[in-house]
Design a binder for this molecule. Structure first.
Ligand code: C5P
Length: 219
């Protein structure tokens, strides 16, 4: 028998950026290496969870023992998350583009004497908010991320109630975070207090978060 703390649990993790096409060769995207999300997927699998990792385009190989589903757009990511439910745990670490281009050009847009084209943007679905919505397929523990350059606590607490998730991993991105191996994180929970973790590697942050998740299910 598998005595690991998350054996028998299912987890869905989103990671990396999304890519929203403008035309066949261009797009809008976000800065995200995917490192933190991939490390979380790995750490959950190491504790025995069955992990589906829904990943935007990144330059990382799939963690061992994790089922990776590659996607590009926010809408593809949302569909892949829904297909991976039900799950006990959802960790939404992806940097999802807030907008996509309305009316993607079927051919490459050309430079023209009339000046640059204008792009009409429309809002993407909020995957974290929809996964957090009450219902029978809502995971028991839904965790979101808040990357902020200031007012981390106020922004993270506001996000907790606006999105309806259970925990928020607050990320101070004024520090060197994008693409780096280290991360400075505060965990905000709905029922318990906050926990600030000193700057440590993304692997350590992931192990610590996975251990907190395991404690939550043990309690
Ligand atoms: O609203 P904001 O983008 O700052 O919230 C960040 C959190 O919400 C992250 O957990 C991110 O993965 C998630 N998110 C999402 N779908 C969106 C936007 C953000 O799942 N469209």
């Amino acid at each position: 028998p598998d005595g690991r703390p998350l054996a028998g649990r299912r987890a869905v993790v989103t990671a990396g950026p999304t890519f929203e096409p403008i035309d066949p060769v261009r797009g809008l995207t976000n800065r995200s290496s995917g490192k933190q999300g991939y490390a979380i997927a790995q750490a959950l699998a190491d504790l025995g969870a069955r992990v589906t990792l829904i990943s935007g385009p990144v330059a990382l190989s799939a963690p061992i023992g994790v089922d990776r589903v590659p996607v590009e757009t926010a809408r593809e990511m949302k569909a892949a998350v829904e297909a991976a439910l039900p799950a006990d745990i959802a960790v939404m670490s992806a940097a999802v583009a807030d907008w996509r281009v309305d009316g993607v050009a079927s051919g490459k847009l050309k430079k023209a004497p009339g000046g640059p084209p204008s792009l009409a943007l429309i809002e993407n679905p909020d995957i974290l908010a929809s996964v957090s919505a009450p219902g029978k397929s809502r995971p028991k523990l839904v965790i979101g991320f808040a990357a902020e350059t200031s007012d981390l606590e106020a922004n993270a607490r506001a996000k907790l109630s606006r999105k309806g998730c259970d925990w928020i991993v607050g990320n101070d991105v004024s520090d060197d975070v994008f693409g780096a191996d280290g991360n400075t994180v505060t965990l905000f929970t709905r029922d318990a207090g906050d926990e600030s973790w000193p700057r440590q590697s993304k692997t350590e942050v992931a192990r610590k978060l996975a251990a907190r998740i395991a404690d939550h299910f043990k309690a």
